[in-house]
Write a protein that binds this ligand. Structure first.
Ligand SMILES: [Zn+2]
Length: 181
């Protein structure tokens, strides 16, 4: 059987294929169909770049939180008691670790951080006899930030998976600074 090459992604295609298996290019389509394909690709590419930016912001939030946790412990701040400082210090290290992990796998990393934040919230309530304190209040804000990150991770993950070919291509060529992880 004669082998042909997809004119969009240059991968080998079978003679009878109507669409490229790799990039979904309409091989047997007319000019109009091909132009629609290229237009859609441009739109999807912009979507992916926007998603990259959003996930970057979510990661910056996670790293900022880890610094917020770790710094008071290092500077011996009196804002929290010594026990809380130790707890926060370790939580900060966990945030740092999972922030780095989110560079590889974003969805599970944000989910684990969200669970950790909620568990820590109940831990704070527990050690304060379930009375609302400044700490428990600040922990609610942290949960909100991490939830935001998790929602962003879910949305961007969908966009990346739906456009796997474009996504891989952008990563591989690393053409634009805007998509650097
Ligand atoms: Zn193709």
């Amino acid at each position: 059987m004669e082998k042909r090459i997809c004119e969009n992604c240059r991968i080998e295609i079978n003679e009878n294929d109507k669409y490229c298996n790799n990039c979904k290019f309409p091989i047997t389509g007319d000019e109009k169909e091909k132009n629609i394909f290229y237009a859609q690709q441009t739109i999807q590419k912009e979507k992916i770049i926007k998603a990259f930016k959003k996930i970057k912001i979510a990661r910056v939030i996670i790293f900022s939180l880890s610094i917020l946790f770790i710094l008071p412990a290092l500077t011996n701040s009196n804002l929290f008691g010594i026990n809380t400082l130790i707890h926060r210090f370790f939580l900060g290290l966990l945030f740092l670790g999972f922030g780095l992990y989110s560079l590889i796998k974003q969805k599970p990393a944000f989910l684990i951080l969200l669970i950790l934040s909620v568990v820590f919230y109940f831990f704070i309530l527990y050690i304060n006899d379930f009375k609302g304190t400044f700490e428990s209040f600040s922990q609610v804000i942290i949960i909100l930030f991490v939830s935001y990150g998790y929602i962003i991770a879910i949305i961007t993950d969908k966009i990346f998976k739906r456009n796997k070919y474009l996504f891989d291509n952008l990563i591989k060529n690393n053409q634009e600074d805007r998509i650097k992880l």
